[in-house]
Design a protein around this ligand. Structure first.
Ligand SMILES: [Fe+2]
Length: 324
């Protein structure tokens, strides 16, 4: 947030807009105004907005619809919204909060109360801005780790896209898809602690070197532990090398101890490793990659349903692998 927060006031009654503008601008806020819902969305898309004061009943696009649209867009969903409405029925209030409004104020309102809620909502925004930037720092760090190894370029992107597509195909709930998105993006961040001499070694690794590589799962977990927005994505970072028969690392989880989002990330990670070129070999063909994946399914190391879903995605023409 900049030193002077921007508040967007949206109301189809110009007098209400002027009243709020006259009240808020002298308090040091940068006030933007709109008189219908569509205009409000256009302003949010092209300006920085830290808080929206949103009338509910408006022509063209109602406040509820504006709120729904913004909350569905990852780029704008963290902007707090205070709904302001003459509607005072309990159900209207519930509808407003249901679509993601932070507060709901009924007209006529007391300006001091409104001001208190504006300040509280902007505090929430400042906090989420901090959390978001912490997440961005870690994601850049993960990309920097990847950039050390020219052979794994775009591995993170491909694994994230593939794991998300598999999660959607297997009907995971939205929350678990979010865990996959962030977990996949950060899964190998712990490799920041792996020496180049091991990470970039062209030949076969000794068992000591492999032990060193294995540490990246726990290192990544420790690095991201404080990240408030990560949720269960943290488990994906820690466990993406576990195997169903208990032979994986770092914990040696087995069977039901490994949940579906983790199983999905594991398959996506292995598939991408097999089909991409590495410093010690060229990427394998799709046929050969699937042959290896299905043999791992047979050995009860990875999830057969996930590998079948991956096969179906490919048969339907989706391309998630590196072209060699
Ligand atoms: Fe890994």
């Amino acid at each position: 947030m900049t030193s002077s927060p921007s508040i967007l006031v949206v109301d189809d009654e110009p007098l209400n807009v002027s009243l709020l503008e006259a009240f808020l601008a002298p308090k040091g806020y940068n006030v933007l105004t709109a008189t219908n819902g569509q205009q409000a969305i256009d302003i949010v898309k092209k300006s920085t907005v830290d808080l929206i004061l949103l009338d509910v009943r408006m022509p063209i696009l109602s406040g509820i619809e504006v709120c729904k649209t913004l909350k569905a867009d990852p780029e704008f969903q963290l902007i707090p919204i205070i709904m302001i409405s003459a509607l005072s029925k309990m159900q209207d209030r519930i509808d407003g909060l249901d679509v993601g409004a932070l507060e709901y104020i009924t007209k006529p309102y007391n300006l001091d109360e409104l001001y208190a809620r504006v300040k509280a909502s902007l505090k929430v925004k400042a906090l989420t801005d901090h959390l978001e930037s912490a997440e961005k720092v870690l994601i850049s760090l993960a990309a920097a780790v990847e950039a050390r190894d020219e052979y794994t370029g775009f591995h993170i992107d491909r694994v994230t896209k593939l794991a998300t597509a598999l999660g959607e195909k297997l009907n995971l709930p939205e929350q678990e898809l979010d865990d996959i998105r962030i977990g996949a993006r950060l899964h190998d961040i712990g490799k920041i602690g792996t020496p180049d001499s091991i990470l970039l070694k062209p030949g076969r690794l000794t068992s000591d070197e492999f032990d060193e590589i294995k540490k990246h799962a726990k290192k990544g977990y420790d690095l991201c532990f404080g990240l408030k927005t990560i949720g269960n994505g943290l488990d994906l970072i820690l466990h993406h090398h576990e195997k169903l028969d208990g032979s994986g690392y770092p914990v040696g989880l087995s069977g039901d101890e490994i949940n579906l989002p983790i199983r999905i990330l594991t398959v996506a990670d292995i598939f991408d490793a097999l089909t991409s070129s590495r410093c010690y070999r060229k990427g394998l063909s799709l046929e050969k990659a699937f042959e290896i994946l299905f043999s791992e399914v047979k050995e009860q190391k990875i999830d057969g349903d996930v590998v079948n879903a991956l096969k179906e995605l490919h048969e339907n023409g989706a391309e998630f692998h590196q072209r060699n």
